[in-house]
Design a binder for this molecule. Structure first.
Ligand SMILES: Nc1ncnc2c1ncn2[C@@H]1O[C@H](COP(=O)(O)OP(=O)(O)OP(=O)(O)O)[C@@H](O)[C@H]1O
Length: 249
């Protein structure tokens, strides 16, 4: 087992364009094992694109991205293997609508990791217990609330035993009363030492659980610092402006 502080996710001079739009502008970022990094910034600043590029859901124009010392393959079996190590939780939970909650969690371990059904079921039930929805295991996704579905999505990602978890606005689609139940699960994961990259507008989570805040604007990393430093002493005008807009309400 590597010591905390070992680089796990490394982006080196990454660029991406959509036509004339420079959506990722010379992004260089290292995330260490066990670190929780919250990515925040104005709408359209490139946060989701950054998160998706780490998992190769988006291509990049130049630069390199590596995970655990391995450069990201662009396709094929190597990419599938890498993706299995990177748990991804999206804004919309993306559960398979025609499979039960338990089947949603066991599908990856059975199909990709070739676990036996008994082993996959046992592990899935442990994970569903952990995120507080074990009693829903036989139900279909549509029978669960949004907050419950998102917790299942987290359990599904954890079932693949990822080395890093990416969260792309995991609470944005939830009704307000369900946000905390998902954030509580995420805070628990952070405390257990999971490496996490979280795109979110939940500043409370950033303050409570993040080791670092990465603030993006116009495709660039403008600040990369501790939550306390960022929220209490933002350095750039962009960050000051952003914080004044979101913290006045
Ligand atoms: N497939 C695409 N084609 C063209 N432009 C795109 C595409 N996807 C994203 N963009 C643009 O790239 C920019 C960055 O998008 P991105 O979703 O990464 O921003 P974001 O910071 O996550 O924003 P938000 O907080 O609103 O989700 C935006 O201007 C967006 O319109």
């Amino acid at each position: 087992m590597d010591a905390p502080g070992t680089p796990l996710v490394v982006l080196d001079h990454v660029n991406k364009h959509y036509g004339d739009l420079h959506v990722l502008n010379d992004i260089t970022l290292t995330i260490a094992k066990g670190e929780v990094v919250v990515v925040i910034g104005p709408s359209g600043s490139g946060k989701s694109t950054l998160c998706r590029a780490i998992n190769r859901l988006e291509t990049i124009d130049d630069g390199t991205i590596s995970i655990d010392g391995q450069a990201l393959p662009s396709e094929g079996a190597a990419l599938a293997k890498l993706r299995a190590n990177v748990g991804m939780v999206f804004q919309s939970f993306n559960l398979f609508a025609h499979k039960t909650i338990l089947q949603n969690v066991t599908l990856g371990p059975i199909k990709v990791s070739k676990k036996s059904r008994a082993e996959a079921d046992a592990r899935a039930m442990e994970l569903l217990e952990r995120v507080g929805v074990a009693n829903q295991a036989k139900k279909m996704p549509a029978q669960l609330s949004g907050g419950q579905q998102q917790r299942v999505a987290i359990a599904r990602a954890l079932a693949m035993q990822p080395t890093v978890m990416l969260f792309d606005e995991p609470t944005s689609a939830l009704d307000p009363e369900m946000i905390n139940e998902v954030l509580d699960v995420m805070v628990g994961l952070a405390k257990e030492g999971m490496t996490m990259i979280v795109v979110t507008h939940e500043m409370g989570f950033a303050r409570k659980a993040a080791d670092r805040v990465v603030f993006m604007a116009d495709g660039r990393i403008v600040e990369d610092t501790t939550p306390a430093e960022f929220f209490d002493h933002p350095k750039s005008d962009r960050a000051k402006d952003f914080l004044s807009k979101i913290l006045t309400h």
